[in-house]
Design a binder for this molecule. Structure first.
Ligand code: NBG
Length: 796
């Protein structure tokens, strides 16, 4: 939107009142917070829709390439503040609401988080959509409209309790239902063989119904569509059963069909082979392909143009069935020769790998796969055969030893395969895809992840954003490398004081939030050491809590040493079936209960575990962090994106050489990063040494004491053996090398804490992190995909 057309608070107020009256049906005297939220959302949405239509028209008239991002997860969070910030209407909206006697912050916080994702993979997809719009690239996100997103977490006696998430039970302002856009999809059934192809006659059918959410870019210049599919029964209601008095039976077809889009699977890096999951994957992938081809057919009549006009990105292996499904449509349904169909599919598809953890590389038992997708299994055999003919090397089949391997399938069906950080891409070439990489050395490329600076700085940290704009102008918002301009101000005490003041004010806000949620009082001048992410052994929250326990013991032993007051802040959910991760949550909460009430140490150390980590909580925590905990076992975290958000917001990292930490350290400078731990290579060597954990414990009495405290029930006096299995695991096998990295973590943490006492030096380091994080914008990442993978162009 051109600046001179930006609405004023007065015109926005009119629009809000109009929607309140005619869309919500309330008068201002009786409107509740939710009504105001809906009215404001509609007022904002109107303006997004204008940009959206203009973008769609331009995409059609330009006839360029469209990008389609297929993802099981889009962790978009709240959209109202995001829309207001991108349209530059936040101040006007607040003024309008205030003039109506309504508290703006309550209205913004009333929106439920759209939690349609587990963690980094889903949040990355959301950042990418926003960057695609900011850059003016015609693009669609395709996914599933889960009725229930990621479960909500609370604690009961320190233990994680899961509750269903119900975002759609509250009014939702952002989506448009598209009843005219429905596709019928099949499962099971029979395959009829014809001479040169086959026809699939599915035995079971469901409809995929489209719901569209516009995603607006910076300054409202462009908006793309997030199209989410909801499952509907092909025959919604069994009237015969109903008339016979079988009411449950009558509703069964509808309930069974809707199950497909009912819930998000709550695992990310640990996936079980579940039938419903495979159904979800085929459901959204097939619906998206139908939709993509319908749009393509409306513009072109030569299917050979497909790779020129369409780029389909597979976000992890979840949509990997797109390969055989596209071949099936082109070959079986449209009659192209198999080789041509293969070739077109490969040139249209590309695949992003997000993890090397073996348990997360999807594979399906052939029985299950063939029962649900009989024709696709045949086509996979044909794909294997074609690949083997071209590259006669054994042991690379997709369908192998009774399994269908989605990583291999994605690799073979894509013209580009990318990793998400330099280290991860390199490891992909050496490990999971080593042999395929030998055959296709051009296929693997790297695209280091990024984050949108609109949400992750401008919107969530207005104090710092304003200070940056004062120093370098406002162009940094969509040209993040301009943050380097801050370096010129690093010798200015006024700038450093303002930087520190912004951080402190954010910490005061967070402290108030923590007190409101947990009752715990924390000192805003303490060092906030923050680790927020999914709970997983490889992310090593247990290393962090061990350090806290050791610190507590050491403070008690040496009370007069110059300790830095520290608050360790955790947040994160554990997959409901991941017992070890849940036990770590409980241990952290149990340790917090003892340590936080110890009068000898209370003023020097506190531990806080905030429940129900989600995007909105991250937006509160990241601007208030002093130190960013990125302490995974090297080689295990594919990239990380939280690490980028912290550094951008002026929190130096304490971290290992893992994922994008490596590149963050390169950019901010080794002297502005608290490095510790083994490298990925050292990890592999150390793991091979028997008793590596025992040796590490024997060499470090501080570690030994901390383990003993846990083991002897100091934090669980009512059940001293509660954590025996955790300590047993750490004494050996300790696969994630917690003990071997402890000593160096303790050292690095001590250095960070000591530097924190020198506030001017600390602030300088924090500011340097912000100044040098510009490269981690998702705008940069998307530009990389555009040139190296999609060959797509901006329409600006
Ligand atoms: C996650 C990785 C993260 C990475 C995100 C986004 C999965 C399967 N992978 O390290 O663990 O930042 O993907 O690429 O969720």
């Amino acid at each position: 939107m051109p600046r001179d057309h930006v609405p004023t608070a007065a015109s926005l107020r009119e629009a809000v009142l109009h929607h309140l009256t005619y869309a919500i049906g309330k008068d201002p005297d009786h409107a509740q917070t939710q009504d105001w939220r809906m009215a404001l959302s509609y007022a904002v949405r109107d303006r997004i829709v204008d940009a959206w239509f203009a973008s769609t028209r331009k995409s059609y008239s330009a006839g360029g390439k469209r990008v389609y991002y297929l993802s099981m997860e889009f962790l978009i969070g709240r959209l109202l503040q995001d829309g207001l910030v991108n349209l530059r209407l936040l101040d006007q909206a607040k003024e309008a609401l205030t003039s109506l006697g309504v508290a703006p912050d309550a209205v913004l916080a009333d929106e439920p988080d759209a939690a349609l994702g587990n963690g980094g993979l889903g949040r990355l997809a959301a950042c990418f959509l926003e960057s695609l719009s900011t850059l003016g690239v015609p693009a669609y996100g395709y996914g599933i409209r889960y009725e229930h997103g990621l479960f909500q977490q609370s604690f009961l006696d320190g233990r994680q309790v899961e509750h269903p998430e119900t975002w759609l039970m509250q009014p939702h302002a952002w989506e448009f239902e598209r009843p005219e856009t429905r596709y019928k999809l099949g499962f099971g059934g029979e395959v009829e063989d014809l001479a040169d192809r086959a026809i699939w006659h599915p035995g079971e059918a469901v409809f995929a119904a489209a719901y569209d959410t516009p995603i607006v870019g910076w300054q409202g210049k462009w908006a793309n569509t997030l199209r989410l599919w909801s499952a509907q029964a092909a025959n919604p209601f069994d009237l015969t059963a109903f008339n016979a008095g079988d009411f449950a039976g009558a509703a069964a077809p509808e309930a069974t069909a809707r199950t497909i889009s009912r819930v998000l699977y709550p695992d990310d890096t640990t996936d079980g082979g579940k039938e419903l999951r495979l159904k979800q994957e085929y459901f959204f992938t097939a619906a998206s392909l139908h939709d993509i081809l319908r749009r393509f057919d409306s513009e072109y009549n030569d299917i050979r143009l497909l790779p020129k006009k369409v780029a389909i990105q597979l976000n992890d292996t979840h949509p990997a069935i797109a390969g055989p499904e596209l071949v099936r449509i082109l070959h079986d349904e449209r009659g192209l020769p198999f080789d041509t169909a293969m070739d077109l599919a490969q040139h249209t598809l590309s695949y992003t790998n997000h993890t090397l953890l073996p348990e997360a590389l999807e594979s399906w038992p052939e029985g299950l796969f063939g029962r649900l997708l009989p024709r696709h299994l045949q086509l996979i055999d044909q794909i294997d055969h074609a690949h083997y003919k071209a590259y006669p090397v054994r042991g690379l089949s997709v369908h192998d030893h009774g399994q269908v391997k989605m990583g291999e399938l994605s690799f073979i069906m894509a013209h580009r395969v990318n990793g998400v950080s330099a280290l991860h891409t390199g490891l992909m070439k050496q490990t999971v895809f080593e042999r395929l990489h030998d055959l296709h050395p051009e296929r693997i490329v790297n695209q280091t992840n990024g984050v949108t600076p609109r949400r992750w700085l401008l919107s969530c940290n207005p104090r710092l954003a304003d200070l940056i704009t004062d120093q370098v102008g406002e162009d940094w918002v969509d040209d993040l490398e301009q943050l380097t301009g801050l370096e010129a101000h690093l010798d200015s005490p006024a700038f450093l004081n303002a930087f520190a003041a912004a951080k402190r004010a954010n910490k005061v806000d967070l402290a108030a939030h923590i007190e409101a949620v947990t009752g715990e009082q924390i000192d805003p001048d303490a060092m906030f050491d923050v680790q927020i992410k999914r709970m997983h052994e490889y992310k090593r929250q247990h290393l962090n809590i061990l350090e806290a326990i050791a610190r507590w013991q050491q403070i008690k032993a040496n009370p007069t040493a110059p300790w830095t007051p520290t608050v360790k802040i955790f947040a994160g959910k554990a997959a409901p079936g991941y017992v070890f991760a849940k036990d770590i949550i409980r241990l952290i909460n149990d340790a917090a209960a003892v340590i936080n009430t110890d009068p000898d140490t209370q003023h020097l150390l506190k531990i806080v575990f905030l429940p129900n980590y989600n995007v909105s909580l991250a937006e509160k925590l990241i601007p208030a962090a002093d130190l960013s905990g990125q302490i995974s076992t090297a080689g295990k975290e594919a990239s990380g994106t939280g690490n980028m958000k912290f550094s951008l917001n002026g929190a130096p990292t304490i971290g290992t050489l893992d994922g994008a930490n490596v590149e963050i350290r390169d950019h901010v400078g080794a002297e502005n990063f608290f490095l510790f731990g083994m490298t990925a290579e050292e990890v592999m060597k150390r793991r091979a040494i028997p008793d590596h954990a025992a040796k590490a414990i024997a060499a470090d009495p501080i570690l030994a004491d901390a383990l003993k405290a846990i083991e002897s029930g100091v934090f669980s006096p009512e059940e001293p053996g509660r954590y025996a299995h955790i300590v047993e695991n750490l004494r050996g096998p300790d696969y994630f090398l917690v003990c071997s990295d402890f000593t160096d973590y303790w050292r690095a943490h001590g250095e960070a804490a000591a530097l924190y006492l020198d506030q001017p030096a600390w602030t300088r380091m924090a500011a340097l992190n912000t100044a040098r994080s510009g490269w981690f914008s998702s705008d940069r990442t998307i530009k990389g995909y555009m040139t190296d993978i999609w060959r797509a162009e901006s329409l600006f």
